[in-house]
Design a protein around this ligand. Structure first.
Ligand SMILES: *C/C=C(C)/C=C/C=C(C)/C=C/C1=C(C)CCCC1(C)C
Length: 233
């Protein structure tokens, strides 16, 4: 079999590499820095590193498929999403619980809402369910978790915070609103209407993952570090 190499003109292929390396570096960073922050923030740091670590392994595979075949089916991404997206979403619970006592109902609603969103999308995109029905179930799951962080119990708990922890929650809230909107839009334009091609779709997903996985973790790290008093842990 002929070996295919990454072409210098393949911008999408280059972004597959770029994000792979950035995910690897972030994983080391989050896990090493975990011990330099206050104990109450360490679970969040562990989770951030798990998200980037799982995505790294997945990206190595997707990159290989992309370089050798010039395509990377979105359905592959669901394997990564099924693990990393619930981990990202429960970060909201851990941000709150790093600074106050909160109910575990928040944790379970965020976790289950995320699964509904992903399973609906997967069944639709992999052809096990009507395309529109999959989209509607996926959207319902997303709206449910957005409601929780904006106006549900999580949102109300966050509104009573002040300072860095509140800013962190707010920032992450906008990431899951704006940053995450790329994926349902991808479903809409790439799959339902077929108007976006794979080159663009993968390029956009790759760049979005930078923000939604790496920047998300960095903001939590920055918050944790700023709330760790100098000379203590
Ligand atoms: C690191 C990967 C992330 C943050 C992936 C997030 C994926 C989503 C927010 C997907 C959402 C979807 C909908 C809201 C409706 C249609 C189906 C999905 C699964 C594409």
């Amino acid at each position: 079999m002929k070996t295919t190499l990454l072409q210098s003109s393949d911008i999408t292929g280059i972004t597959f590499w770029l994000i792979s390396m950035a995910l690897l570096a972030s994983t080391f960073f989050f896990w090493i820095e975990r011990n330099s922050v206050k104990a109450s923030w360490r679970t969040s740091m562990t989770l951030s590193g798990l998200v980037t670590g799982i995505a790294f392994v997945h990206y190595m595979y997707m990159r290989e498929v992309w370089v050798s075949t010039g395509t990377s089916p979105t359905v592959f991404r669901y394997i990564d999403w099924l693990l990393t997206v619930p981990l990202l979403m429960i970060e909201f619970y851990f941000i709150l619980s790093a600074v106050k006592k909160v109910s575990s109902g928040i944790f379970w609603r965020l976790f289950l809402g995320t699964l509904v969103m992903l399973i609906g999308g997967y069944l639709g995109e992999a052809g096990y369910m009507n395309i529109n029905a999959g989209f509607i179930i996926g959207m319902a799951g997303w709206i449910f978790i957005l409601y929780e962080v904006f106006s549900g119990e999580a949102g109300r708990e966050a509104a009573r915070l002040s300072g860095a922890a509140k800013d962190c929650f707010e920032f992450c809230k906008w990431i899951v609103t704006i940053g995450w909107s790329v994926y349902p839009l991808g479903y809409l334009f790439g799959y339902m209407t077929g108007s976006a091609n794979e080159v663009t779709l993968n390029l956009v997903y790759n760049l979005a993952d930078f923000i939604n996985k790496i920047l998300f973790g960095l903001v939590i790290y920055k918050t944790a570090a700023s709330l760790t008093p100098a000379g203590s842990k």
